[in-house]
Write a protein that binds this ligand. Structure first.
Ligand code: AQP
Length: 332
């Protein structure tokens, strides 16, 4: 059976882009693939400037949100990356195999570094640590959003290179597992929904907060300017309907939109109702966790223990194949 691993940065609130692109899929996969591993990748979140107190709070918040979203510690391992030291150990090993040019070509590196005067090497090395995150568990299937596909290509290259030198077939070549909602756009309709761009709807936001964000959200400009009846496919709100509304409701949206039967506000109201319906149980579970915070600690401790056992076994074999095992007396 496929071994599933995926991660999420504690760099801000869990938003509907993360949820629809990745986390909702994780919740489903834990039932079909027992033993899947889901990691809060906190070492990835320190590659830029950050405040330790804010990071501490966000790590907690992400652990709480993942459990509230439906990850079940009796089915999957949820854990903090920094609780398993082997991630950084394997990352260093992979650094020695990775051409600088391959890292400089990564779109996310180009985007992030373009905004910086002094570029921390960690931003460049991010996909190497990501390859280590995945391959440490010899995972072959990685449920992610579309923005991570290029990084996974690099993980496959890394796997092939290491295998060619040290042990054919040891590491798998991890493949992305995409959802139909692989790229959710931000509410401005300009860029992907992203924690760092502030264009998100958080999973834990109240009904009123969600409506306050949906109301002014970008729709199809042609529809707004009444140039011609709208084409729902180009509208960000319709893309969200595809995630939150039933097939019958989606068909009705198409009908109403293309005949100008509804205004954009009517369409948004239906979306709001459906979003609230899906997100309310998540908020309720988060409140239950707040009443018993020890459950969060217990889940993360159990997850880390399971992850550590797999990671240590992988590293034992990696060190052995690379000539890095504990010294023994030379053979006579
Ligand atoms: N807009 C999106 N649509 C679909 N999937 C998305 N993901 C992120 N944004 C979208 C997926 O969510 C998972 C976790 O993402 P991450 O936190 O590890 O990193 P990210 O992709 O960089 O997420 P953000 O929100 O954009 O964070 P910042 O702003 O900190 O960089 C991944 O599987 C990702 O594909």
């Amino acid at each position: 059976m496929a071994r599933i691993f995926s991660g999420i940065q504690p760099s801000g609130e869990l938003h509907i882009g993360n949820y629809l692109g990745a986390v909702k899929n994780w919740v489903q996969l834990q039932h079909t693939h027992p033993g899947s591993l889901f990691c809060v990748v906190d070492y990835h979140a320190i590659s830029g400037n950050y405040d330790p107190a804010v990071l501490r709070a966000r790590r907690w918040e992400m652990a709480r949100s993942l459990l509230a979203a439906g990850l079940d510690p009796s089915k999957a391992s949820v854990f903090m990356q920094s609780d398993v030291a082997e991630h950084t150990e394997l990352s260093w090993i992979f650094t020695t195999l990775t051409p600088l040019g391959d890292l400089e070509r990564q779109t996310q590196y180009k985007d992030k570094s373009a905004k910086l005067e002094s570029i921390p090497a960690g931003i460049l090395m991010y996909p190497v640590l990501q390859a280590a995150d995945i391959l440490l568990y010899r995972a072959d299937t990685v449920p992610v959003g579309e923005d991570q596909v290029q990084h996974l290509e690099l993980a496959r290259d890394t796997s092939r290179k290491w295998n060619a030198r040290f042990g054919e077939g040891f590491f798998p070549e991890p493949q992305p597992l995409l959802t139909p909602t692989r790229r959710i756009m931000g509410l401005d309709g300009q860029a992907k929904m992203s924690k760092s761009l502030g264009n998100t709807i958080g999973l834990m936001e109240s009904d009123e907060e969600i409506w306050a964000k949906l109301r002014p959200a970008m729709t199809d400009p042609a529809r707004v300017r009444k140039i011609d009846p709208g084409n729902p496919e180009v509208c960000n709100i319709f893309q969200l309907h595809k995630a939150f509304s039933s097939a019958a409701e989606q068909a009705n949206v198409v009908q109403q939109c293309t005949t100008a039967g509804w205004g954009c506000m009517d369409c948004k109201k239906v979306l709001h109702t459906n979003m609230v319906q899906e997100l309310t149980p998540i908020r309720r579970r988060a409140e239950a966790l707040d009443a018993e915070p020890q459950r969060i600690l217990d889940a993360m401790a159990t997850g880390a223990q399971t992850a550590r056992a797999i990671a240590q076994e992988t590293m034992r074999e990696v060190r052995e194949r690379m000539g890095l095992e504990t010294l023994t007396l030379p053979k006579a």
